[in-house]
Design a protein around this ligand. Structure first.
Ligand code: URA
Length: 218
């Protein structure tokens, strides 16, 4: 609905001037999020890196290319989903997000989730997974295991995945990420539809009576 899109856009414009934490000082720009504002599937990564900070769009570097490839393997493009991060501003030198930065930034993410209302949120890596699950269990323990949660007053399926940046250089992790990814259509209920039952025309009457098996009835 256009109202929601306007709300998300308006909120993005508001967040563009955010000074809630120290990261405001070193950023080129806020990287709010991108994609379909009505997406059923939302991805949440960690924080913008060098390229994201320059372009203002999440996941445009190498990890983003891998994310796009994984999406393609399940028949989706980045325009079909919504992509955001825990932190909206790049930490200097791509260091880990600090607890006070996460705390300052999390209202932005929760508001985005409330406006987009995705059915499935795939968290990429530890930071997003721990924040949104509210559990200290790390990604190695919980990847590929969906969790039913309520977020912004609505039911949502949280689906933790390895971070694509981690999978870039670890083939074993990439394999796991690919197979976890392959379950997404099922979680979204968009698996290929079951083939429609074929209604057979009645067999023409045989001239000579034949056993039922030969008529293909059993
Ligand atoms: N890694 C992230 O977590 N987010 C990005 O936007 C890019 C790389």
């Amino acid at each position: 609905m256009p109202v929601e899109r306007d709300d998300l856009q308006a909120y993005g414009a508001e967040v563009a001037g955010c000074t809630r934490c120290r990261l405001a000082q070193g950023r080129t720009q806020v990287v709010f999020g991108s994609g379909n504002p009505h997406a059923e599937l939302m991805f949440v990564g960690e924080a913008p890196g060098f390229h994201e900070d320059k372009q203002g769009v999440p996941f445009v570097g190498q990890a983003g290319k891998l994310l796009e490839r994984l999406l393609e393997q399940i028949g989706l493009r980045r325009e079909d989903v919504y992509i955001a991060n825990v932190l909206k501003c790049r930490p200097p030198g791509n260091r880990d997000p600090q607890p006070d930065e996460i705390e300052a930034c999390e209202p932005h993410l929760f508001r985005q989730i409330g406006l987009i209302e995705p059915r499935v949120i795939a968290t990429l890596g530890n930071f997003a997974t721990k924040l949104l699950s509210g559990s200290p269990l790390g990604i190695t323990r919980v990847h590929g295991q969906e969790q039913r949660l309520t977020m912004a007053g609505r039911p949502v399926l949280l689906y933790p995945l390895y971070h694509p940046a981690a999978a870039l250089y670890t083939p074993a992790m990439l394999k796991v990420l690919e197979s976890d990814f392959a379950r997404l259509p099922g979680l979204l209920g968009t698996d290929a539809p079951a083939p429609v039952a074929v209604v057979r025309e009645p067999e023409p009457e045989p001239l000579v009576a034949a056993p039922a098996e030969q008529l293909g009835l059993f």
